[in-house]
Design a protein around this ligand. Structure first.
Ligand code: SAH
Length: 576
């Protein structure tokens, strides 16, 4: 199923390719987004200064669609297997659009704020749209929103015109509309026209409707029909929606934005704001399940959330609906596993393993012959043991695993002897003055052939509306226990300095959607020891440590004073 959005340059606007900034999708790339029911791809069939078209192509896997339904799904019939979902721009397309263009739907665009705020010439085409109510209803829904509607009914069979029309229309919309509004019109109205919403409705459907309908739904002449159909004719939900629309008017709170994907720190994040984020993933919740190997592979909603009890669910997860994106911590874990596989690591130590989500994923892959998880927090280790079902683990598996308590800032012989060490979302929990000690312990003493480090990219924080409303203030971090969050430049500078000092080379990779403006939500550095790394380089490194610690203390002061600082600065000068 396909949707295209085109724009042309006008005298007042810039080049048509600015559409890429507004959609937060680069015109030169094909980008892929896993959905629980298939794969969405965004690409640009044309991208010139004069005219630019973005296409959203959704491939639905009908089998996955069936499997990702909740057990309570009302539709257990052949219709689940034989249906139009793979071909027609149904509510599934709206779900994918809602996910893929999530930021664009909020109307936020730092690169082109003017353009994002104003109507622009747009043309939207949907070659096959299921439309209960036909051409006439399509007009009634889109015309009041300023669209010029061209809708043609698709015949049931071109060879037999006497059979009449199918329930599909070819729809094209033309108008001067703000892009965010256009996306929200589609997000709400595609499922309304389809009128066969594929997922089991949850209470937060009302939130989604109110949020997406901001600025237009409350005054739409068909708001009754739209609300009724969108909510699958659920009386109670409808009443809530009407009350909300009446009460809120257009003033929809930012807090309704989806929660941030962030891990719960078992020992530090239980209280206050982090506790709120974490509460939606109860400690007694489902146990980890194996998840697909590739970060591109869509993960079903239930598998994704069962597998990461410490990840805050994304939009729509509450009642097993499918309207979810793969949470960032799943993407991150799968990216780390993929890198370890690529490096050929057979033995891995997860430093700061937390509740053991990476350890669990590694255990599921026999290629990892020996796995260790260590954390300073005994509570984290207890949670990990419970989630991994350590007491009931088959002997062969149990023999590959070791969990132990340890602090990364103190040299420990148990950290040594692995092909690779992972520091996944750990360094930002360490006080900057203690970072050089951690570097020495990991890169200097344990010295595995490879070290994989991930940490938040603070530049991406502007994409999390929720952040400001949770933590308050413009410099909000993603987690109250974070001691710092770095820009890409800061992380690169730290990692290069460490690599230089300890005889590694380092390369960087994005994790999650690589936003053209602010980069990916998570940044990853992959360190590999240099073949010619000598003991001297390590000795040199030790010699510079005092200086390093001084620099780190200065940096820490900067951090407490509110400036995120490059912790290690230029300390690598003169190192091996
Ligand atoms: N790697 C896990 C957990 C990240 S949260 C994941 O990505 O899911 C950070 C973890 O680092 C916490 O579990 C915390 O207890 C641990 N940690 C923080 N400082 C540490 C230190 N100095 N030594 C060992 N573990 C530490």
């Amino acid at each position: 199923m396909l949707l295209t959005i085109s724009t042309v340059s006008s005298v007042t606007s810039g080049p048509a390719t600015d559409l890429g900034f507004l959609l937060h999708k680069h015109p030169e790339r094909v980008q892929e987004f896993g959905q629980s029911f298939g794969t969405a791809r965004v690409f640009y069939p044309e991208a010139t200064e004069r005219r630019c078209t973005a296409a959203l192509l959704l491939e639905v896997d009908p089998v996955r669609l069936v499997r990702s339904r909740g057990k309570t799904s009302p539709d257990f019939s052949l219709g689940q297997y034989v249906n139009d979902r793979p071909y027609a721009a149904s509510s599934l397309l709206a779900v994918a659009l809602g996910d893929v263009f999530r930021t664009a739907r909020t109307g936020r665009c730092n690169a082109r704020p003017e353009l994002a705020a104003h109507p622009m010439p747009l043309e939207i085409c949907l070659p096959a749209l299921p439309c209960r109510g036909g051409v006439a209803l399509a007009r009634r829904l889109f015309e009041p929103l300023g669209w010029e509607v061209e809708a043609t009914a698709v015949p049931l069979d071109e060879g037999f015109p006497e059979w009449g029309e199918s329930r599909y229309v070819r729809l094209s919309l033309r108008g001067e509309v703000r892009l965010a509004d256009a996306l929200n019109h589609l997000y709400v109205l595609l499922p309304v026209l389809d009128d066969a919403k594929h997922y089991w409705l949850a209470g937060d459907e009302v939130d989604k409707l109110v949020r997406a309908g901001e600025g237009w739904l409350a005054v739409h002449p068909e708001k009754g029909l739209i609300t009724r159909r969108y909510l699958g004719r659920r009386r109670a939900l409808e009443r809530t929606a009407f009350a909300r629309l009446a009460e809120l008017g257009d003033d929809v709170e930012e807090a309704l934005e989806p929660p941030l994907d962030e891990e719960l720190t078992p020992d530090g994040g239980a209280g206050g704001e982090a506790g709120e984020l974490a509460e939606s993933a109860p400690a007694s919740g489902p146990e980890p399940e194996p998840v697909p190997a590739s970060a591109h592979e869509p993960v079903s909603a239930s598998a994704a959330f069962a597998a990461v009890a410490d990840g805050a669910p994304a939009e729509g997860a509450a009642a097993g609906s499918e309207d979810v994106r793969v949470p960032l911590n799943v993407l991150r874990r799968e990216a780390v596993v993929a890198v370890l596989e690529e490096l050929g690591a057979r033995t891995v130590i997860d430093l700061g393993c937390g509740s053991g989500q990476l350890v669990s994923a590694l255990l599921a892959r026999p290629v990892f012959a020996r796995i260790a998880g260590t954390d300073v927090s005994t509570q984290a280790l207890a949670i990990a043991a419970r989630k991994l079902k350590l007491d009931r683990m088959p002997d062969a598996k149990r023999a590959r695993l070791e969990l132990f308590q340890g602090a990364l800032t103190y040299a420990d012989p148990r950290f040594a002897g692995y092909d690779a060490a992972v520091l996944m979302e750990v360094i930002e929990h360490v006080d900057p003055p203690r970072l050089p000690a951690l570097e020495r312990v990991v890169f200097g003493t344990a010295k595995p052939a490879h070290v994989v480090v991930t940490t938040p990219n603070v530049e991406y924080n502007v994409r999390y509306d929720f952040l400001d409303s949770v933590h308050g203030g413009g410099r909000a971090m993603r987690h109250p226990d974070h001691r710092f969050e770095w820009t890409r430049a800061e992380f690169a500078s730290w990692a290069s300095a460490v690599a230089g000092r300890y005889g590694y080379h380092v390369e960087f990779r994005p994790v999650g959607e690589d936003d053209p403006e602010v980069g990916p939500p998570t940044q990853m550095a992959v360190f590999s020891v240099k073949a010619d790394a000598t003991a001297d380089s390590v000795k040199d490194a030790t010699a510079t440590e005092n200086a390093a610690e001084n620099a780190a203390e200065n940096a820490a002061r900067d951090v407490t004073e509110g400036t995120t600082a490059v912790v290690t600065g230029e300390r690598s000068e003169g190192d091996g």
